[in-house]
Design a protein around this ligand. Structure first.
Ligand code: PHE
Length: 468
């Protein structure tokens, strides 16, 4: 059964804008710097970049191909691969043998991914609420400059769980209304258009950062690989972050692929989106790291972005205006990403159960809101609740991104490579404009079969060992 909106991306540009609108988000600006800081800098950045192209990009291509070929989201696509749903054109690889246990896994993989997506959406909404708060604080400061005090806005927010819940609910409602009214692609495209502007803004801010005294030290930290700084958990954390920032392992790219018209050359799409996403993350790093040490105080953890940017604005002419523009763009980026996450769950649900869009959207929003209570109260009412050394927000972030996501991304990629008809996949690589398509296909198959599995498994095992 085709998805409800098979021809959403009428143009190639429309698809790119939406894919970038979804990939670009808090992962690049909020999560990347703090994970890099936790893992000692340069060596981790190098590892991250290598994994973007060795694991992230190939899996993104696999997800897009699965969606495009099966014309469905993750759950229905997997049902087609195990022969529990039928298409006019058979998309199953006949030579693949599927033992009952493998079938069982494939049947439930879609549901598992959706559960992860919902929980990620919930704490993503909490951080989006933080962005909204900073945006509003800066708008107020435009009229009353004395109001702005770096550090003040964050302290107020972290202490006030109810404020965080309020902001989270505003964000979730906005996303739910957009998706319920079927406006998401119009809007995501629009977000995609805003991104180049955001790129320019980041460039300006990064240049300003580079003029600070700490810039040399920061660049050395970011780009000089000192492998002794990597820990046993670093590989797993790099893998998880790559998947998160490229939006793979959630089924998002499968849904996007299912909305694709014939025209887009998937391998190139995977390459371009991965490339742009990484460049933006590096830029964000260059902007933030010169500010990480201020007045002898070292900033770290999930608050890093919100601790450093206000200091950057303070030293900048027109700083408040830059601040308003920065947090507005960042909010739009997190809105685009949240829409991508939300749409994935709605699309999967609707294709399996045919629920009306508004009902699906409101149910998911309520569920996310309930889940978000934990992370929103993690720095105040529930600050004593710790799992290991982590508060609830950090625990959600680490458990989902470092552990669950690598597993789902690995399983989705293996389902594609072994059970989706090879001929059909190869046809996505070979085109008249791409004479080397066959070679690219062979490299891609090699990566998915022989690199992705051992590297992801090694990442998980090393992380497990690091726990003891
Ligand atoms: N890639 C987004 C980010 O970097 C997060 C995201 C994941 C969005 C999955 C959509 C789907 O913030």
């Amino acid at each position: 059964m085709p998805g409800p909106k098979t021809v959403v991306f009428g143009t190639r540009l429309g698809f790119y804008l939406a894919a970038i609108g979804s990939a670009f988000g808090l992962g690049n600006l909020w999560r990347f710097p703090y994970v890099v800081a936790e893992n000692g800098g340069g060596a981790f950045v190098l590892l991250y970049l290598a994994l973007v192209f060795l694991l992230g990009m190939p899996i993104m291509i696999a997800e897009l191909a699965l969606g495009k070929i099966s014309k469905g989201s993750l759950s229905p696509a997997l049902s087609k691969l195990i022969g529990e749903r039928y298409m006019v054109r058979d998309i199953r690889e006949k030579s693949a043998v599927l033992p009952p246990l493998v079938k069982w896994f494939m049947r439930h993989l879609g549901t598992l991914s959706m559960m992860i997506t919902v929980v990620v959406l919930a704490y993503y909404a909490v951080i989006s609420g933080w962005v909204l708060h900073f945006f509003m604080q800066l708008v107020v400061s435009l009229f009353n400059p004395a109001h702005f005090e770096p550090g003040g806005a964050l302290a107020v927010l972290l202490k006030n769980g109810w404020l965080q819940l309020l902001l989270t609910s505003v964000h979730l409602m906005t996303v739910a209304v957009i998706v319920a009214k079927d406006l998401e692609f119009g809007l995501e495209k629009w977000v995609g258009y805003v991104m180049p502007m955001f790129g320019v803004l980041l460039l300006v801010l990064a240049f300003h950062s580079l003029r600070l005294d700490t810039a040399t030290e920061a660049l050395r930290f970011l780009f000089y690989p000192d492998f002794s700084k990597l820990t046993l958990a670093s590989l797993g954390q790099a893998i998880g972050h790559v998947f998160f920032t490229l939006s793979v392992g959630f089924g998002t790219m499968v849904t996007f692929g299912s909305y694709l018209r014939e025209k887009v050359y998937i391998p190139m799409a995977g390459f371009r989106v991965s490339m742009m996403d990484s460049v933006i993350s590096l830029w964000a790093g260059v902007m933030i790291f010169p500010l990480v040490i201020i007045g002898g105080q070292q900033f770290a953890g999930p608050e890093l972005l919100f601790q450093t940017v206000p200091h950057l604005l303070e030293g900048l002419p027109w700083g408040l205006w830059f601040g308003v523009a920065f947090f507005l763009c960042l909010y739009l980026a997190s809105l685009g990403a949240s829409i991508g996450l939300f749409e994935t769950v709605v699309a999967n649900w609707r294709e399996v159960r045919r629920v009306p869009r508004p009902r699906a959207a409101s149910t998911i929003a309520i569920l996310c809101f309930i889940i978000s209570v934990g992370p929103a109260l993690s720095t105040n009412v529930l600050s004593d609740v710790k799992i290991g050394e982590r508060n609830l927000l950090q625990f959600f972030d680490s458990a989902l991104i470092n552990w669950c996501l690598p597993i789902t991304a690995l399983l989705i990629s293996q389902a594609v490579i072994w059970t989706l008809k090879h001929e059909l996949v190869e046809a996505e690589f070979v085109s008249e404009e791409q004479p080397s398509g066959r070679k690219i296909y062979r490299h891609w198959v090699f990566l998915l079969r022989f690199i992705v599995t051992p590297v992801v498994v090694a990442g998980l095992v090393l992380q497990l060992i690091s726990l003891f």
